[in-house]
Design a binder for this molecule. Structure first.
Ligand code: V55
Ligand code: FE
Length: 497
């Protein structure tokens, strides 16, 4: 049985090649499922009422270059619906322009990650957005995000795709970060696009979008150099753009090379601007080469700004972003650790920022209680990797087998859950126990990869007693390829959307 198609479909059978990124946990799952009443051990808290959305790169076709990186797969949106102690599951591909074109051809037409020079000529100028990195709910819309493209609007219940969303034409940047920040009091969403004037451009467009989805404030400026700006932070009074030496090169792209490489010869710059400021108010603070994919949050006390993230001394994903100078990868330098950067916007004695490593363990996928975002956070959670274990991972460097609770006031870990052997974690999300529960008091939801059965569990942990282990474990009859980010949306917000 073949579906009719307007362009000529490939005659060859479809087969993913024998490559690391298509094997193990990263074997494409590709299943669009509806699952009613997931099996569970333990008691699912009845006050969990809402949706846990998570998005994963899940290649629909083998990449036409014969290999790929994880960050290039087509977005598969997953939704766990929690109600009255029961959980249902749904997954759907985000129907991007890319996926629709490739389905019509029954093969991949878009090539390497963020390199249009590797595309089939028939898709020149088409959106390369894979909608595979994060999911946010703002102003009644569920948006799936990929930082090299516009946001994609999807239905919060059916998961049907409405299409790319440019905020009624107000966001003209062709790129939109996968990590917007939200002020929980004003409902404002802070976002940016980088490479905003085209491939490898230094331009950054910054947007403040109000609670109704209208653009309130917009600033365009140039970074000291073009870099992978995956996340940023916003405080009550400032916004911080981290520029770190994972760099690009147009000639390299034209030759079919990787979009990003790690360049340890360059400095890190933190661009600090008042939250509703202008380009001429940006101050750049300088430090040695560092990389942080993700930050917990940042807050300011007067003009002093504290930025908490998971920072490594070199690129933590060298298999994706190789060293430009050909240095042999130093595993210890690639370990991201909970780290605080501090900068003073009013300082008149130079342009450096302070750095303090707070915790020695490998930590990635940091998060806070969203109710503290842009304000002073005291509690953080993060995926972590207990060193010296024999756990398997999607890749050797980033296998997470633990979740850590970190108290930024006490500057110490105040809870940890370590999975049994042969399990690894995907990113956790936090759900407050109630609207007025203290900061960090609630639940953590996290997919656990069971490497024995090659199936997923979804664990529900008490965020105040991680060591006690899961309150409930949901058992899926599916393997869910490694997701990137997710979000918990309370049911009353979904219904009001
Ligand atoms: C990241 C993920 C991406 C990407 C760039 O987690 C950075 C970091 C899933 O796609 O395109
Ligand atoms: Fe991210």
């Amino acid at each position: 049985m073949t579906a009719p198609s307007t362009s000529s479909p490939s005659r060859a059978g479809m087969r993913f090649p024998d490559q690391l990124i298509y094997s193990g946990w990263e074997t494409p799952s590709r299943v669009e499922a509806d699952l009613f009443e997931i099996e569970a051990d333990g008691e699912i808290p009845r006050d969990l009422r809402g949706r846990y959305y998570q998005i994963a790169p899940d290649p629909a076709f083998p990449n036409r270059t014969g290999n790929d990186i994880d960050f290039n797969g087509d977005g598969m949106l997953r939704m766990f619906t929690f109600a009255d102690g029961h959980v249902d599951y749904r997954s759907r591909y985000v129907q991007t322009e890319k996926l629709k074109l490739e389905r019509a051809a029954r093969r991949s037409l878009f090539g390497a990650y963020r390199n249009p020079y590797t595309d089939h000529f028939t898709v020149a100028g088409k959106s390369r957005g894979a909608a595979n990195t994060n999911v946010v709910f703002h102003a009644g819309k569920l948006l799936v995000l990929k930082e090299d493209a516009r946001a994609t609007w999807v239905d919060a219940d059916s998961l049907e795709t409405y299409g790319e969303w440019d905020f009624d034409g107000a966001v003209t940047s062709p790129t939109f970060t996968a990590h917007p920040r939200t002020d929980p009091v004003t409902g404002e969403m802070f976002a940016f696009g980088y490479e905003a004037k085209g491939l490898t451009s230094r331009d950054i467009a910054y947007y403040v979008i109000d609670a109704h989805g209208r653009v309130l404030h917009e600033v365009w400026f140039e970074a000291p150099y073009t870099s992978l700006i995956h996340d940023f932070v916003v405080t009550q009074d400032y916004v911080v753009f981290p520029v770190q030496p994972t760099t690009t090169d147009l000639d390299r792209l034209k030759a079919g090379g990787p979009h990003w490489m790690w360049d340890p010869s360059k400095d890190t710059y933190l661009g600090v601007m008042p939250r509703y400021g202008s380009a001429d108010e940006i101050r750049w603070y300088r430090g040695p080469a560092r990389y942080a994919y993700h930050y917990f949050n940042a807050y300011n006390e007067g003009t002093t700004i504290h930025i908490d993230g998971c920072v490594s001394e070199s690129q933590s994903a060298p298999f994706m972003y190789p060293d430009l100078l050909g240095n042999v990868y130093d595993v210890t330098k690639g370990v991201p650790r909970i780290t605080r950067w501090t900068a003073d916007y009013a300082a008149d004695d130079g342009d450096s920022f302070e750095e303090r490593v707070l915790q020695p363990e490998f930590a990635e996928f940091p998060l806070i209680d969203d109710r503290a975002e842009t304000g002073r956070h005291r509690i953080g959670f993060t995926g972590a990797r207990v060193l010296g274990d024999e756990h398997k991972g999607g890749n050797v460097v980033q296998g997470l087998n633990s979740i850590l609770r970190y108290d930024f006031d006490k500057q110490q870990a105040t809870g940890q859950y370590v999975l049994p052997a042969h399990f690894t974690f995907q990113e956790p999300v936090f759900v407050p126990r109630s609207d007025d529960a203290p900061e960090g008091d609630g639940y953590l939801l996290a997919l656990a990869n069971n490497w024995t059965t090659m199936l997923n569990d979804l664990l529900i942990l008490d965020s105040t007693d991680l060591a006690a282990g899961p309150l409930a474990t949901l058992h899926l009859p599916l393997r869910l390829r490694s997701g990137i980010h997710g979000a918990w949306i309370p049911e009353h917000l979904v219904q009001a959307g």
